[in-house]
Design a protein. Sequence first.
Length: 222
Amino acid sequence: MSHCIRQWISALGLMASMFWAMPSLANGLEALEQFLKTSRSGRAEFTQVVTNPGKADQPARSKTSTGSFAFVRPQLFRFDYQKPFVQHIVADGQTLWLYDPDLAQATARPQAQALGSTPAAWLTSGQDLSAMQKDFQFQAQPEAQGLQWVLALPKARDAALQSVRIGLRQEAQGVVLAVLEISDAFGQRSVLSFDRFEANPAGLGAGQFKFVPPKGVDIVRP
């Protein structure tokens, strides 16, 4: 699996626990706990900025992507990238699909194997923080920029994922996930910002997470 795809997968699951009306919370850990216990489905628009570390003679490089995502817990989610290139990542409960229309290629992997103990796995299937603490350590961070923050650190010493920061904002309708920051051991940083989130929207069902490769598409099964 390519490094870039691993970054996407790590980001995917964290977006699967998004938004739910709740009372005022003391810190980010309480907010995250409520997400895991109460969020069942959702959809939103996102902006993702991926920054690669610069080399000795080159500055850091950033790439911005936009699109939409949706999820139904415990195992269904999809990311539909629209700009700068169309790309689809779909988890149907059994298979994780990565479809690139420009390449006319779809990569299919067993979902459980592909996600492993990544944030995608525990945030799409976990019911509370205790289920996730086997692989990650969670710390409440000081409030900043009007957000409550949680820092997640992998316990595995050889983990490619270095850290995940989750920024949550209290709004009139409840708590929303505002920012997601993912840093890996290679120095790459991915920041995702969310907008127009809908919690438990009507009409969002399992049928919207089925992927059927278009005719003529090359299917790769690593």
